[in-house]
Write a new protein. Structure first.
Length: 393
């Protein structure tokens, strides 16, 4: 089968399945076939509709941006295209990453229902890991700053980054090799000279591993690690119960600030029903933004308001610092920490800026983290775990 026919088959499958799985917001068949020309190393990718793509609609799944076509690529898109990536489409996401939609996990569904494609999505609250577990995928959220956020329509700038989804571990590796590294357009980005393509074959029995014993089916997890001769110790992370409320408060404050530019005047949907500037502003946002987004903005303005900032926002920041310090303290004694995949733990990683990988396992999945910028070791450990799981099937 020639390369063009392979991609035509991709699109045949997408067009047949999308009505059922509701994964794609925009299908880019014409652009993809053009990208195959003079491409020596094509590989299929999808991007969530929160990631800017030059010449392709990027709507954040919102009426506010329903006709927005970016004049630039996000850095992650630029790097993927330079490496030969062929964009199959933009995938459905929650409105601005936090609102309601018909499929919160559009990128996960797109990857799960196609052969060998890699997906890139926003990582609000680390929910990319929950979507991956439900669809039998690997998901990787690197240390905050390893992947540039430039071009990401982000609900919360200090919390959110871009995550990677794939059926195969090799695709996670390849993506990390392509997209990580310093970007002058993102002040939070970090340089990286790590070779993610060549991972060491580590001895699992020599690794120091801890787990948070909140698995409802821990017997399965414990039996698996015992079989691999991996000693694991139970630990508790003080303050982790506050991860979700702290994340909600901080992200709401940042979201309210980030959304100020979408006013119908300088940017975004403009209402035709107004008689003065105040009505234009109000009606544009009422028409252009869904109820959940409006509520998040209102909550964000509330926690940032005079008299409430100290009571809510500052306390959430203190909780964030406590959770980050307590996670780091555990990771001083253990190289890897394992937990079930749920929003409390993924939100905790987001608050701390730590890397995380989710591996399909049983009902709850495995969420594994390590110290900041220890991403290569995390991938080495996780690759070995994943290969052992594959061998058990």
């Amino acid at each position: 089968m020639n390369i063009k026919q392979r991609y035509l088959d991709y699109f045949s499958n997408i067009e047949k399945e999308n009505e059922k799985i509701k994964a794609y917001k925009t299908i880019t068949k014409t652009e993809a076939l053009e990208a195959l020309e003079n491409n020596d190393n094509p590989f299929p990718v999808v991007f969530a509709d929160l990631i800017s793509t030059k010449g392709i609609k990027t709507t954040a799944n919102s009426k506010m941006l329903e006709n927005y076509i970016p004049p630039f690529d996000a850095t992650v898109v630029e790097r993927v295209k330079q490496a030969g990536g062929v964009i199959l489409g933009k995938t459905i996401t929650d409105e601005f990453g936090i609102g309601e939609t018909e499929n919160s996990f559009g990128t996960c569904a797109a990857v799960a229902h196609s052969k060998n494609i890699t997906g890139f999505s926003g990582g609000h609250k680390g929910l990319i890991h929950s979507g991956a577990q439900k669809n039998g995928l690997f998901a990787y959220t690197p240390t905050f700053g390893l992947i540039s956020r430039y071009g990401l329509i982000s609900p919360a700038s200090s919390l959110d980054g871009i995550g990677i989804l794939a059926k195969s571990f090799a695709n996670i590796q390849n993506a990390m090799a392509i997209v990580t590294g310093k970007d002058e357009k993102d002040s939070a980005s970090h340089s990286s000279d790590v070779d993610f393509l060549n991972l060491e074959d580590i001895d699992l029995s020599e690794q120091k591993v801890a787990y948070i014993n909140k698995f409802e089916h821990f017997a399965d997890v414990g039996e698996f690690f015992e079989k691999l001769n991996i000693p694991i110790d139970e630990v508790a992370i003080q303050g982790l119960a506050y991860a979700l409320p702290a994340h909600e408060i901080i992200s709401a404050g940042e979201f309210a600030t980030n959304m100020e530019k979408f006013d119908g005047i300088g940017f975004g949907h403009r209402s035709e029903d107004y008689s003065n500037i105040e009505e234009l502003y109000k009606n544009s946002r009422t028409e252009g933004l869904g109820l959940a987004v409006q509520q998040k903005i209102m909550f964000g303005n509330f926690v940032l308001s005079e008299g409430k900032y100290e009571e809510y926002y500052v306390q959430a920041l203190k909780a964030r610092t406590m959770i980050k310090e307590n996670l780091e303290k555990v990771l001083e004694n253990y190289e890897f920490l394992i937990a079930p995949i749920n929003v409390q733990y993924t939100a905790g990683l987001s608050l701390a800026g730590l890397p995380g990988i989710s591996i399909p396992f049983g009902i709850e999945g495995l969420l594994i983290t390590t110290r900041a910028f220890n991403d290569k070791r995390l991938l080495e450990f996780s690759k070995k775990i994943a290969s052992q799981l594959a061998g058990d099937k």
